[in-house]
Design a protein. Structure first.
Length: 84
């Protein structure tokens, strides 16, 4: 009779371990999917921001801005060179 109880206890522990592992597996799968979606969203936002930065800093836009503000290239004495 003891042997039967012991086998039932081992069986219940095995089922509990199996169910616990499956639950953890599903949690991790959900977390990984969530992080992948967040990564893809951030990557897309980064690409959009990089496009905006590139378009703002394009040579044509910089030249037009400089002409509009009547800016001119700095004089030779205005440039400070820093040696690192």
């Amino acid at each position: 009779m003891r042997h039967l109880y012991f086998c039932a206890l081992i069986f219940l522990i095995a089922i509990f371990a199996f169910l616990f592992e499956r639950t953890q597996n599903e949690r991790m799968r959900y977390r990984i999917t969530s992080l992948q979606n967040q990564y893809e969203r951030l990557l897309s936002e980064n690409n959009n921001l990089q496009y905006k930065i590139d378009s703002i800093l394009s040579q044509g836009n910089m030249d037009a801005f400089a002409r509009k503000k009547r800016l001119s290239p700095p004089g030779e004495k205005s440039i400070v060179r820093i040696e690192i």
